[in-house]
Design a protein around this ligand. Sequence first.
Ligand code: SF4
Ligand code: FES
Length: 248
Amino acid sequence: MKLNLKIWRQKGPNDKGSMVSYPIENIDGDMSFLEMLDILNDQLVEKGDDPVAFDHDCREGICGMCSLYINGEAHGPDRGITTCQLHMRKFNDGDTIYIEPWRAKAFPVIKDLMVDRSAFDRIMAAGGFVSVNTSGNTQDANAIPIPKDDADEAFNAATCIGCGACVASCVNSSAMLFVSAKVSQLALLPQGQIEAMDRVKNMVAVMDEEGFGNCSNTGACEVECPKEISLENIARMNREFLKASFVK
Ligand code: SF4
Ligand code: FES
């Protein structure tokens, strides 16, 4: 395939940035999207140009690092996959492909296609954990019975990889889907009950401090989420928050 790439180039956080065209040839349909960018970068380095900076790590849909806005969609045109799982067979010979970073105030651009998602880390540090007594008398987790439906829902929420596509695809740059998945995975389990009230209040407070917007129920986050995290989690987080506001 012969393609015309239009890529966002930005030297640093304070640079204005612009779209730059890169024609590329001999792209195989079986290549992943990131392999295609690797080829472009090899060619740029050979010419003595600055390669395009983009985030990636596992390249198998687990780490949540690869985060590109491709032709106006977070993680590209497919559903239920990350950018690293996207294959070039989804595109046609002669296509123009627009590649941009996540755009949200709370995710400032570091360089080119890389953004700073440490706001998510700070939300997690505010409550995305359980405190466990590790004195040696810790109860075996398997000895605590959990209804199958709750275990399944907690597991589904726990599949969130923290990629930020929900924020990038939301008109309000809301992080509600991410935060609600993290609140839900613990709220559904007995192990998460002790700190449940503080957790939801603290995580929501940091989410607001970091500059994410409010949820207006458009549902774009659920559509673009590579792990198909359900909007049900947002409803659960709202219930948890309300409960905590009355009790605490
Ligand atoms: S909810 Fe989905 S889109 Fe949002 S961070 Fe988690 S995996 Fe990514
Ligand atoms: S590189 Fe890890 S999810 Fe894509």
